[in-house]
Design a protein around this ligand. Structure first.
Ligand code: GLN
Length: 317
């Protein structure tokens, strides 16, 4: 049997993915997000898992092909693209790389830190990061984001108009955060234009398999393991993973790292991408969330697979 990077043999990985799905499919904890009205229509039983190795081998179980809006997981990949453009030092100085310890849409996090957006994985920092995306016009910035995330996925990603429209009617808080950043001179372009693009990036439709391919691109030094395209450099992938380790699951990032030991990013529609550098990535999708906004089945399945596949970064053997 050929092995997948440092992963066990293919048939064994297939069995473990199927096991992870069977173990947690019956969990009934958690609540489907409803602060974006359309998300409340998701079926709580949906549960998909995919692992993609850096050699392109793909292993799936359950609803791995159901599409959902990427939501906050877009923050990880927009960050990688912007990091590549502006560089390591500018990210450190202009956005920041520390966890806020507060919910993803916290206004207090910005206020308590003198207008500093803190990190690109919470809404304030993500809005500031989207503003740094290259493009002379708003339309050009948006196209660069859609193209960039599509290169990570290895296919042309489309925006779900219904999700975009639903969120635009209810995103007063993100507009307020953008105005607050503007008041601190932390946002140069028009704040409402940037919130519009940010909302579009969150409404891109993906599957659990797309997430695994996108994550595996970061695991593979920025080279998409399916298309072979170098999407970002190895150093931008490294910097993205460092940020995901400290901030990817919001104020629960410490607990996640303690249990799973992998850089990851979650989103309120129920997706999680977890990356094993030099090995591959897991994409998980299941809508019921914990109180911080992280998929419950997704967290449990990733913890199980990190243990059973020996992916924890902090394990010495
Ligand atoms: N679009 C959502 C928002 O800005 C994304 C949040 C999330 O997935 N945590 O509120």
């Amino acid at each position: 049997q050929a092995s997948t990077g440092d992963l066990p043999a293919k048939s064994h990985v297939d069995d473990l993915i199927a096991d992870a799905h069977a173990r947690y499919a019956g969990l009934s904890d958690g609540v489907v997000a409803d602060y974006i009205p359309i998300l409340a229509e998701a079926e709580p039983s949906w549960f998909g898992l995919t692992l993609v190795g850096i050699n392109g081998s793909t292993h799936s179980a359950g609803d791995a092909d159901i599409t959902f809006s990427i939501q906050s997981i877009s923050k990880a990949f927009v960050f990688a693209l912007v990091c590549e453009e502006v560089g390591h030092a500018a990210i450190h100085d202009r956005i920041g790389v520390n966890n806020t310890g507060l919910p993803f849409n916290s206004v207090m996090a910005v206020e308590l830190n003198g207008g500093n957006p803190m990190n690109s994985m919470v809404n304030a920092g993500a809005i500031a990061t989207t503003a740094l995306m290259p493009g002379r016009t708003i339309a050009a910035k948006w196209e660069n984001i859609r193209n960039g995330l599509s290169r990570f996925a290895g296919r042309a990603l489309e925006m779900d108009d219904t999700v975009y429209e639903s969120e635009m009617l209810t995103n007063q808080r993100n507009k307020a955060i953008a105005r607050l950043l503007q008041s601190y001179k932390r946002l140069d372009p028009d704040p409402l234009d940037i919130v519009d693009i940010y909302t579009r990036q969150c409404a891109l439709s993906v599957t659990a398999t797309d997430l695994a391919i996108m994550g595996s691109t970061l695991a593979n030094g920025g080279v998409n393991p399916i298309t072979g395209e170098q999407v970002v450099s190895a150093w931008a992938s490294r910097d993205t993973l460092a940020l995901l380790a400290s901030c990817g699951l919001y104020e629960r990032s410490g607990e996640w790292l303690f249990e799973v030991g992998l850089p990851a990013k979650s989103g309120v529609s129920g997706g999680i991408v977890a990356v094993a550098p030099g090995k591959g990535a897991l994409g998980a999708f299941s809508p019921p969330l914990d109180s911080a906004g992280n998929s419950i089945r997704g967290q449990r399945a990733c913890a199980y697979l990190s243990r059973s596949l020996g992916l924890n970064l902090f394990a010495s053997s």
